[in-house]
Design a protein around this ligand. Structure first.
Ligand code: ATP
Length: 530
């Protein structure tokens, strides 16, 4: 992309049309069963404009207008930055303008405002940017009118923060927007203008930019990958919280209780505690409580000397062995670090004696199930595929989009262990250099998950597995077309017209939908028209 030169367009110029947003919509998912909405790997929420109005009122009353404005600007800036990173992931190979247009399009998709570009000029290499946009239906104008009534000064603070954060990520240097007309002050619509932040101090609401490191420009290498460099892979908040606790407690001698569903990684994390402890050079001994007898327990206590002992499934320890373990713990003459794991909440149910829970559960760490941290699925998948390729001594050809979607949509009752098993099975089934497909992972018999996506018409619909040309839905379509005796020419024309309409008349975007170059499409389109 870095060969693209300066971009200049204004007024009714065709170049300012926003491209088709189907690629952005595809990443917005609703999962009511899990109480989650995600945009790519970001968790989102639907917030009432009335609630924003209440927040605004409180902020202004508590902090005054200037501070409230700065807080809301900062909040919008963070959203804009996050969407800027997301846009790079989704449209990283599109033209610079289409990449930039993802900002206005995501802002509209998130229900904040409808954006019409009036003038856009940028030259990424020289750091030049000038943009002017008209805003319709600003949610913030509504919130402000609701909480404060008509305004003397522009009020779209959060939206201005968003536009600035997004464009700053896009340009790789601080760009600051100003609202030059606002509907809350009586203008017909809001209008904003953006320019690079000069050498002078930033406007007061953008004070944070003075200390904020500038992001890298879009031509640079991709955004840094989330955490997959250590033994415990994951970037989700729940996992990071658990990991932070591991790092804090590892150096202490305190017993640690790992809690979570089967296969979430309790043993894996217990190992990390051991490896980071003063006993790392000693043994790490694991016993399954359900299969343990007196001799087994005594033997494990002896073997773990100088290292750590993990009693897995503490909830399944027989009452007799619970007494014995308690006794061993209280004696304190076993030179070892106590670790335990449980699949059930030990504070409820009376499965384990309170005295034992109080001792071994002194420092609990809970690991969320994989379906509540779907952001980690791509990372784990990448790591497991690499591991399998190495173990089998084979080259694996990545995963298809259908497989990827199926993996993201699946609920994983067996958690990370289940994902690992599916990847291991697929790696054996798939041919050399062939991408892993849905069937390799799921064998085609999985129940569809209760997740929803936004259809282009704006309604939520159940996610259907992505089809490839060989999928059954396509066979039905072909049958129906053949029944109607639709000729190839007529089909081609219908397909081209459909793509051009869906892309809002933008031939470059329509060409992408059809897998053609723009000149190829222009040629066929002329043929269709003539
Ligand atoms: N965050 C992670 N990063 C890398 N691998 C992981 C992670 N979490 C789990 N695994 C892998 O997933 C598998 C299951 O993890 P583990 O055995 O730790 O689960 P568990 O919660 O102890 O399960 P159980 O309750 O059945 O004992 C293991 O192969 C482990 O290495």
């Amino acid at each position: 992309m870095s060969e693209e030169g300066p971009f200049v367009a204004a007024g009714d110029d065709d170049a300012l049309r926003l491209p088709d947003s189907a690629d952005l919509l595809k990443h917005l998912r609703f999962s009511p069963k899990d109480g989650r909405i995600t945009l790519g790997d970001e968790r989102m929420v639907l917030v009432h404009v009335g609630a924003l109005a209440a927040l605004r009122r409180e902020l202004i009353a508590a902090l005054g207008v200037a501070r409230a404005r700065a807080v809301l600007t900062r909040m919008g800036y963070v959203s804009g930055q996050r969407d800027g990173e997301h846009a790079r992931r989704v449209r990283g190979t599109a033209s610079y303008y289409d990449l930039f247009a993802a900002g206005p399009q995501l802002h509209a998709l998130e229900g904040m405002v409808a954006v019409r570009p009036l003038e856009v000029q940028f030259d990424i290499e020289r750091g030049h940017f000038r943009g002017e946009f008209a805003w319709r239906s600003s949610a913030e104008v509504e919130a402000h009118l609701d909480s404060e009534g008509r305004a003397a000064e522009p009020v779209c603070w959060n939206l201005i923060g968003y536009a600035s954060g997004f464009t700053t990520v896009f340009m790789g240097r601080p760009i600051v927007f100003r609202e030059v007309a606002c509907r809350a002050c009586g203008a017909r619509h809001c209008r904003i203008v953006g320019r690079p932040l000069g050498d002078g101090p930033p406007p007061p609401e953008f004070e944070f930019l003075a200390t904020h490191p500038p992001p890298r420009p879009p031509g640079d290498a991709a955004t840094p990958p989330p955490r997959d460099d250590g033994p415990v892979i994951g970037c989700a908040t729940g996992l990071r919280a658990a990991w932070a606790l591991v790092e804090r407690v590892a150096g202490a001698e305190l017993p640690v209780l790992l809690e979570g569903e089967p296969g979430v990684g309790k043993r894996h994390l217990a190992r990390a505690v051991h490896d980071r402890s003063r006993r790392a050079a000693g043994p790490f001994v694991v016993v399954r409580a359900g299969a343990l007898d007196r001799a087994g327990l005594d033997d494990a206590l002896a073997r773990a000397r100088g290292g750590s002992l993990l009693v897995a499934d503490l909830d399944r320890l027989s009452p007799d062995l619970q007494d014995r373990l308690l006794h061993a713990f209280d004696l304190g003459d076993h030179d070892l670090r106590w670790l335990a794991s449980t699949r059930v909440d030990l504070r409820r149910g009376g499965l384990v004696r309170d005295e034992l829970v109080q001792r071994l559960g002194a420092f609990p760490i809970w690991l969320p199930p994989l379906r509540e941290r779907r952001e980690d699925i791509p990372l784990l998948l990448g790591r497991f595929l690499d591991q399998q390729a190495r173990a089998l001594g084979r080259r694996l050809g990545g995963v298809t989009e259908a497989a990827n979607n199926a993996l993201l949509d699946h609920d994983y009752p067996g958690n990370v262990r289940e994902l690992w098993g599916r990847v291991a099975r697929a790696a054996v089934l798939v041919g050399d250099d062939e991408p892993v497909d849905r069937g390799h992972l799921f064998g085609g018999d999985e129940a569809p998950p209760a997740r929803l996506e936004l259809a282009p018409a704006g309604v939520l619909q159940p996610i259907r597995p992505a089809t490839d040309p060989a999928a059954p839905g396509v066979d039905d379509l072909i049958d129906a077309l053949l029944d109607r005796r639709a000729g190839i020419e007529a089909l081609e024309q219908a397909l081209i017209r459909g793509a051009v309409t869906r892309a809002g008349g933008n031939l470059a975007a329509a060409a992408r939908l059809l897998g053609l170059t723009r000149p190829q499409l222009a040629y066929r389109f002329r043929k269709t028209d003539g």
